[in-house]
Ligand binder design. Structure first.
Ligand code: SF4
Length: 340
């Protein structure tokens, strides 16, 4: 591993002290960054250690707004969400991710900012535009079973691996950011990530000195909440396809719906075309099939991942049918439904 210096950040205000650092990386739980450093994919000169950033270790709730500190572990957040009457979607997604050991270390902000698990990104003997801009993309003609079918470009077809981020997109969560000049701002998670285009090494809207200090969920959507993950094994596997869904039926029509897709795009995919198809209409299997087609009409697969198109279609329609059935059976129910 390349030598690096370590600066311990205690408060967001201390960011000004690291403003002059070139080639630095924030270290939270380290469950992804340390691996990337061992593989020589990340080679920072400076590590800004966040383990003493205590103010980012709290979850608070005020007037319905839940604010989750950036350093809150996935375990602590899953525990909080599991007990919360209306954060079932987040609990389901977190508990579907990784393993207990990883969730004990992984942080909320780190989960959002984890890098792709594309095999070729981690293999420095292979071409990868994300690791080395301009070198090519070995995945396009290679083993691309886990790769994306939506939002890809000719330069990169990698997926974003996070379950939690997919739920955060469905919940329309916001990231709270502070930079080295002390300027604070908020950004919807739906706008945090950029698509690869011709710059796949650029993955978010964040500048080098932007630190995520918290994530908030301002208004939890009403209705039934389901997170369904399709994967190779029942634990410790990334999503091949996942669907985060909140749906409410009122007076016979869908009056609230939020959909995000995981494992199929370079970012957690906000399925707004499917939402537009559903909103204001009576729920039915035919409508759900139309909604899936609306979202999938621009899908493109690359051989090894051809199966993802029908799997996503079936998973999305299955989840919508489940949510609709649950609403019919429990018309006044708000929040949780735990899917298998
Ligand atoms: Fe690299 Fe993206 Fe191609 Fe994977 S899909 S090899 S991350 S450029």
């Amino acid at each position: 591993m390349k030598p690096f210096s370590v600066f311990s950040l205690q408060h967001a205000e201390d960011l000004s002290q690291v403003a002059s650092f070139k080639h630095s990386r924030f270290l939270a739980g380290g469950t992804n960054l340390v691996d990337l450093m061992k593989h020589q994919i990340e080679r920072p000169d400076h590590i800004i250690d966040l383990s003493g950033f205590d103010e980012a270790n709290q979850i608070t709730e005020d007037d319905g707004r839940v604010v989750i500190g950036a350093m809150v572990t996935n375990t602590a957040l899953a525990d909080y969400a599991y007990k919360h009457p209306r954060l079932s979607l987040l609990a389901q997604a977190l508990l579907a991710g990784a393993t207990v050991q990883l969730r004990n270390r992984a942080s909320t902000a780190g989960n959002l900012l984890q890098r792709t698990r594309c095999y070729y990104f981690y293999d420095t003997s292979k071409a990868c535009n994300k690791r080395e801009p301009g070198s090519g993309c070995a995945a396009k003609e290679g083993f691309n079973r886990i790769h994306a079918i939506l939002g890809t470009s000719e330069h990169c077809i990698a997926t974003h691996p996070s379950d939690m981020a997919t739920a955060m997109v469905a919940l329309d969560a916001r990231v709270h950011i502070c930079n080295a000049a002390g300027v604070r701002r908020e950004l919807p998670v739906r706008e945090l990530y950029t698509l690869p285009g011709d710059t796949p090494h650029v993955e978010t809207q964040l500048a080098d000195d932007d630190l995520i200090t918290a994530v908030s969920i301002d208004t939890v959507p009403r209705g039934t909440h389901i997170y369904q993950k399709v994967r190779d094994r029942s634990s410790y596997a990334f999503a091949l396809v996942s669907v985060a869904c909140t749906l409410r039926v009122n007076e016979g029509v869908i009056d609230e719906v939020s959909l995000a897709l995981g494992g199929v795009a370079p970012r957690p995919w906000h399925a707004h075309q499917a939402e537009a198809c559903l909103l204001g209409n009576p729920p039915s299997p035919e409508l759900f099939a139309q909604a899936a087609e609306a979202e999938l009409k621009d899908a493109r697969s690359y051989g090894g991942n051809d199966y993802k198109v029908p799997v996503l279609r079936r998973t999305l329609t299955h989840v919508l049918n489940q949510a609709s059935d649950h609403q019919r059976a429990h018309p006044s129910h708000e929040g949780a439904m735990y899917a298998r």
